[in-house]
Design a binder for this molecule. Sequence first.
Ligand code: FAD
Ligand code: FES
Length: 548
Amino acid sequence: MAQEYKVKGLSSLDLKNGDKQEVEIEGVEGGKALILKIQDKIHATGANCTHYGAPLAKGVLTPEGRLTCPWHGACFNVSTGDVEDAPALDPLSKYEVFEKGGAVYIKADEDVIKANRRFLNLKCSASNDQKVLVIGGGSGTLGAVEGLRGGGYKGAITVLSKEGYRPIDRTKLSKALLADLSKAAWRQPDFYKDASIDIVQAEVSSVDFSAKKVFTKGGETYEYTKLVLATGGTPRWLPSEGLKGDLGNVFILRALPDAQNIVKAVGDNGKKIVVVGSSFIGMEVGNCLAGMKNDVTIVGMEEAPMERVMGKKVGEIFRGLLEKNGVKFKMGASVDKATPSTNDSSKVGAVLLKDGTALEADIVIEGVGVAPATEYLKDNSAVQLEKDGSILTNEAFEVKGLKDVFAIGDIATYPYHGPGGNGSPVRIEHWNVAQNAGRSVANTINNPGSKPKPFIPVFWSALGSQLRYCGNTVGGYDDVIISGDTKQPSFVAYYTKGEEVVAVSSMGKDPYMTQAAELMRRSKMPKKSELQKGVDILEIGIPSEIKI
Ligand SMILES: Cc1cc2nc3c(=O)[nH]c(=O)nc-3n(C[C@H](O)[C@H](O)[C@H](O)COP(=O)(O)OP(=O)(O)OC[C@H]3O[C@@H](n4cnc5c(N)ncnc54)[C@H](O)[C@@H]3O)c2cc1C
Ligand code: FES
């Protein structure tokens, strides 16, 4: 039963448009809310993001009522609490708020205040002959199926996933080596059951687009009226001896069993571990394992980790952070092969570099990139795969040349209209991009003819400190303007091409990344020369109009 609860220390709702304030709720242990004003209306919502709990008081509130989380880009509509952008799944709770007798009160259920969220309820019994079939059980799929039911879709929804379990938080596999399904899964099985979303364990082997049929390796056939391809990426093995999956204790990392196998091999720690690849996954898993008291060496080809995407200076910051945690680096290095252990010839014993260095290894983890998982379409004459094996789509993620077929996430190459994009085709391997694309497809299916809602790609990583990133460097960048203290680290890096800021990364500087993403959506990022003159993006008012 909803009750009135007094807001601690607030005597009036005297806020200006755009103000937001976190408050404590008296009589509810740990109870908090966010009070904010937009378009002359006061709202009270849950105080924390429903993704990982970031304090939304530190987020960015836009004039049209979007509240964007300071950590990973989730965005909520403050009027309804609904999720507008990934990666949050549950909406914010919303409370009635009012002044009474010189104090402020909210009216709400105690349980809802404590939960700090409105649990999404998608209860539905599928009722017509429309059938959405989704191939894949990852981030894109989450966005598509929850977006479909959340948007009122009443047809059947079937997910064919070879993963063998319901959607998990893949991003935690490398940051925490999360190996337990009950902790990694976003939803309980009943959630999907209640929502009439059938998750079937099956590997798709081919598709007949003209007959609208999908075939699985197990010999089953599934029909669809709309098909969503969301099969993600397949991690690459290095083609060298000992590193192509031909020796034990050499791992890749994409799914729960990979994390489980690594955890099992690491055992009670104290192992010598070589990580091949100094991009995000290699850096995160290396950092995680070093924190568990293993002797970790990361081998990378560039001079600094992630140099191509993040720039040398920023890459060196990451290296410094991991070194503080005990990680060793062999940069500018090329791997030759891995050799077996002298104790057990079925398992790895060392990694040999091309310069002749031998790195002893009980365990090797390869983080050397992924290929779009589209093998089931390779011989399909109805679809022309891109050179990298991905699928070309339009802005609505509709597959070029096919009817009622969408491709999203790591397999999709779509036209990018963010800064520096000008509609260039881009394939982005980010959790949010996949899920926002899934949400966009759901909206297109639910509202045929609607214009797809643009989003700015957001990425994050845990590299001894939290990295946030938005934008994209599809057209390259020619300079990086860094402001702040790189030693702390507490900095913002602006990636520029000519005068245009095409991407922004930050550490210890919330909500700069979020503010940048909102400004990018509105083509309002300042120019490089303005940043060089000291313009602070947090001081720029956010206009309502979306311009990408
Ligand atoms: C360890 C790790 C950490 C990451 N950390 C971050 C991060 O911090 N931030 C970030 O933004 N991004 C991160 N990413 C990237 C992010 O997870 C991906 O971009 C995102 O998962 C892509 O979503 P997707 O739906 O395209 O593919 P996925 O989430 O990979 O899902 C693809 C699904 O398709 C299934 N599948 C494949 N082939 C078939 C088939 N033939 N039949 C049936 N099912 C099939 C797979 O089993 C899987 O269930 C990380 C990735 C990894 C691997
Ligand atoms: S905590 Fe808000 S988006 Fe992750």
